[in-house]
Design a protein around this ligand. Structure first.
Ligand SMILES: Cc1ncc(COP(=O)(O)O)c(C=O)c1O
Length: 416
């Protein structure tokens, strides 16, 4: 079977909805200009498109102010802005203050690394453990980790390793009761699950545009609940095309947090993909994903007989369509390579979430399959058949496949 089946949608989704690449090309070929940088029609056209994308994103997440949707380079950049912005603000407000933050063992390196980097600037952080079978974090444990000096709680909504969905509304209510803002990493949930920042009590929502939102790489945003701009400092400054007579960063939203030129071709594509999602409805997309999750769960016995263990929750209500497997004999890199020979593209390794893997007992990495609205049930069945075929083939002594190193940059550090 030679047709390629892309199942690395948790890294970035592919393909994109029809019209996305055309929107990128249209911007490149017919508009080209930088919004807010000129009074001519093309620059104004760019500004309209930028504002439309902000409005649509704001509606999608149940936000109240489109100007509080701040465009970023990707999900990582949005998380950095939130974490560093809160820490810098707190330190400036009281230079002697000890700043503390809380996160979870299921969080991504895009949260863990900024936190570790900030240690040298006087930030301490606590990591709340998760259940090794499900990856679920106990909201009460998060509440217990909050100290008087806690300035932020950062929690991943859906795990990029186990697909585990954390009980965000419960965690957010506890944070609010303690007067601590919550940052939610929606990298694997926005576009997959309905999100309403107001109803869920989310103060800061960080998300990429290129994963569940189905837009181009190099897009992302941070939604800041109105008022949060008073406790999030900027961590880079520059030209905004506004208040150019002043040589200090303007305070108006969203310019304050968007110095420099925007990725307008990417945002034009994102506008198109978010329109596509909004027309279908996130609930319908979730229903489709649920049908794929159910397919995988219905074949768990068969997969387990083939030597596979699925990481994370066994019930559809607690997971998104991210499936990581361990095998009793084969390592993850070898499985991924054998799957690619069958045309199935997956990701092996630690997926930038080493603590999540250690929690789930897969510290040397796992093989991950992840879906999008463009993966159908036949595709999932084909991938599961291929996983089983790889396991059967490994039992036959006459077939020897040289163990090659993972091509991913986050390969496990155990010898390949
Ligand atoms: C849970 C999680 N957070 C953050 C990120 C970072 O997003 P980006 O790749 O857009 O920087 C990822 C990417 O894989 C992710 O899965």
């Amino acid at each position: 079977m030679s047709e390629r089946l892309y199942l690395d949608n948790a890294a970035t989704t592919f393909p994109k909805p029809p019209g996305v690449s055309r929107a990128v090309a249209r911007y490149m070929d017919h508009i080209g200009a930088s919004p807010g940088r000129g009074a001519y029609a093309e620059s104004r056209q760019g500004a309209v498109l930028l504002a439309s994308c902000r409005e649509l994103l704001c509606t999608l997440i149940g936000g109240t102010s489109p100007d509080h949707v701040v465009f970023t380079l990707n999900g990582t950049d949005a998380l950095n802005l939130a974490i560093k912005g809160v820490a810098i603000h707190r330190r400036r407000a009281n230079p002697r203050a000890r700043v503390h933050m809380v996160t979870t063992a299921m969080d991504h390196n895009s949260v863990l690394r900024p936190l570790n980097e900030m240690i040298q600037d006087g930030v301490r952080w606590s990591c709340v453990p998760a259940d090794p079978d499900t990856g679920l974090v106990d909201p009460a444990a998060i509440e217990s980790a909050i100290e008087d000096e806690t300035a932020l709680v950062a929690v991943v909504h859906a795990s990029n390793v186990s697909g585990t969905i954390q009980p965000i509304a419960d965690i957010a209510a506890r944070c609010r009761a303690r007067g601590v803002p919550i940052l939610v990493d929606a990298a694997q949930s926005l576009g997959h699950l309905p999100i309403d920042v107001g109803a869920m009590g989310i103060d800061l929502l960080a998300f990429p545009g290129h994963k569940g939102l189905l837009g181009p790489l190099g897009t992302g945003a941070l939604y800041m609940r109105p008022g949060m701009e008073h406790v999030v400092a900027t961590y880079r400054e520059g030209g905004t095309g506004s208040r150019s007579d002043e040589d200090v960063q303007p305070t108006l939203m969203p310019d304050r947090y968007e110095p420099g030129s925007h990725n307008m071709p990417g945002i034009a594509g994102l506008l198109e993909s978010v329109r596509w999602i909004s027309e279908r409805g996130v609930r319908a997309i979730r229903d489709h994903e649920v049908s794929l999750i159910e397919r995988v769960l219905s074949r768990l016995n068969e997969l387990e007989s083939g030597g596979y263990t699925l990481l994370g929750p066994r019930d559809v209500g607690h997971r998104v369509g991210v499936f990581s497997f361990l095998h009793a004999r084969l390592d993850a890199g070898e499985i991924a390579e054998r799957l690619e020979r069958r045309g199935i593209l997956v990701r092996a390794g630690l997926q930038c979430a080493p603590r999540a893997h250690r929690t789930l007992g897969s510290g040397a990495g796992a093989v991950r399959l992840s879906v999008s609205p463009f993966v159908d049930e036949a595709g999932i069945e084909r991938a599961l058949d291929a996983l089983l075929a790889v396991a059967r083939e490994s039992e036959r002594p006459e077939i020897t496949v040289p163990r090659t190193r993972l091509r991913t940059s986050d390969q496990p550090t155990t010898p390949g």
